[in-house]
Design a protein around this ligand. Structure first.
Ligand code: SAM
Length: 168
């Protein structure tokens, strides 16, 4: 039998907090990537706070946290536990959580070959100098042609010229 080419998609949610972002990405991939056969999906999620990582690994959310998530998606990807909702293993198992200080450049180099990096609403806490170094490190962690997502209220103006702004 002819072997199918392996395709790998690597995504990193840097500063993932309680897991909303990486689990949302996992749900989007399962919903939209119809043909997953032959694909290896790796979603890395990191944060500096052990407290938020513990909550993320639990994957249990209140109705208000789920916000505007459609009822259909909630039914499909969460198990109800009283007044809480637990993310199903099919999603949870796609995400690998790890403790990481984004200012530790040496450790960041372990996150290489990413197709997508999300670092939203995290760099707001950093000085411009720290941001410049971090964005350089993120750039080096991306595959050529990879995408870097920042928060709506954030900008790379004065921080980096390595990225081209694109709209979808
Ligand atoms: C406002 S939350 C953003 C969460 C998520 N990215 C979002 O947009 O919903 C900021 C997160 O950044 C994390 N954080 C702050 N400083 C960090 C650092 N030096 N390294 C890694 N994570 C950090 C915090 O622990 C927190 O979970």
């Amino acid at each position: 039998m002819k072997q199918r080419d392996t395709k790998t998609l690597k995504i990193w949610s840097a500063g993932c907090s309680t897991g909303g972002e990486p689990f949302t990405l996992a749900i989007i991939i399962l919903e939209h990537l119809k043909v997953m056969a032959g694909w290896i999906i790796e979603i890395f999620a990191s944060d500096i706070s052990e407290q938020v990582l513990a909550a993320a690994r639990q994957g249990v959310y209140s109705e208000s946290t789920l916000g505007s998530t459609s009822r259909n998606l909630v039914k499909k990807y969460f198990d109800r536990e009283g007044d809480k909702f637990r993310i199903k293993p099919v999603i949870k198992n796609l995400v690998r959580f790890a403790s990481l200080n984004l200012n530790d450049g040496r450790k960041l180099s372990m996150y290489s070959g990413m197709d997508f990096i999300f670092c939203r609403n995290v760099m707001i806490y950093f000085s411009d100098e720290v941001k410049r170094q971090l964005v350089r490190n993120f750039y080096n962690c991306l595959r050529p042609g990879g995408y870097f997502y920042i928060g709506h209220g954030e900008s790379l103006h004065g921080i980096s010229k390595a990225f081209k702004l694109v709209y979808f």
